[in-house]
Design a protein around this ligand. Structure first.
Ligand code: MN
Length: 266
């Protein structure tokens, strides 16, 4: 099932995408309750609209994004880093989220090097705390594409990642949540202006999706709608205003965003 959020008739709505249409979910946002996983079964059955006629939004509004650094061996190698022995976590703020087609704003007032990082995003469906690896699948609503936009020069300069990863618009998510997907061997690609720059499989992760969810849930409680960004493969590179960047994941689809110059206040 493909779950999306969209804007129509002056309101934000949720829907299921089927055969080029989006069927509105009744009873509001399925993620706005303690257990989205169970609620999805009963929510379908509202108005159907042609998909081309609606503007998709970020499919989820997370309370937090837990991101994982250096989770692909080849990416660790391209930065000359050791393979981590446990997941390296950092947070991105909810205010950095944008949706498919939205603009990534280049923070030229602070940075001269802004990179794309294509990643598989795990969307949490139930409150998750101290979850075992074996139980992890039951806490996942689904998967979507994610771009962990990074001001690389600031990442090197600051002791931690808050500024480098936290600018507004630095977390493109979408275009929808695929709820029926095996995440362990999916092709993941990134394109910059139509040219392929990243091409890997999620089977190359050092810590897989279920191991990551279990690990994170032993640190902090994950809420419905929270995102785990599972790390990027090798091939990351810089973007500039005017560029179009696409993250494409097998079984999900494509997340496309453009980069724009920051409009400063005078
Ligand atoms: Mn990343």
């Amino acid at each position: 099932m493909r779950l999306a959020r969209f804007h129509a008739d002056g309101r934000t709505r949720s829907g299921v995408i089927e055969d080029g249409s989006i069927i509105e979910l009744t009873g509001g946002d399925p993620l706005g309750c303690a257990s989205a996983c169970e609620r999805l079964d009963v929510a379908k059955g509202g108005v159907s609209r042609p998909l081309e006629g609606v503007r998709l939004l970020a499919p989820v509004v997370p309370s937090k994004i837990v991101a994982v650094g250096l989770n692909y061996r080849a990416h660790a190698a391209e930065f000359g880093k050791e393979i981590p022995t446990e997941p390296m976590l950092f947070l991105k703020p909810s205010t950095s989220v944008i949706g498919p087609g939205d603009e990534i704003v280049y923070p030229s007032h602070m940075s001269r090097r802004v990179d794309f990082e294509g990643e598989l995003a795990v969307v949490i469906g139930r409150v998750a705390r101290d979850v075992s690896v074996g139980d992890a699948p039951g806490f996942i609503l689904g998967y979507t594409c994610f771009n962990d936009v990074t001001a690389r020069d600031l990442q090197g300069r600051d002791i931690q990642y808050t500024r480098a990863k936290g600018f507004d618009t630095f977390a493109p998510v979408g275009p929808w949540i695929e709820t029926a997907l095996d995440p362990l061997d999916l092709r993941i690609e990134s394109y910059l202006n139509g040219e392929r720059r990243q091409d890997a499989s999620t089977r190359d992760m050092i810590f897989n999706v279920y191991g990551l969810l279990s690990f994170v849930s032993r640190v902090m409680t994950l809420l419905p709608g929270d995102i785990i960004a599972t790390g990027t493969p090798s091939g990351v590179g810089k973007m500039k205003p005017g560029d179009a960047v696409e993250v494409r994941i097998e079984g999900i689809g494509s997340l496309v965003n453009t980069v724009v110059q920051r409009r400063t206040c005078t």
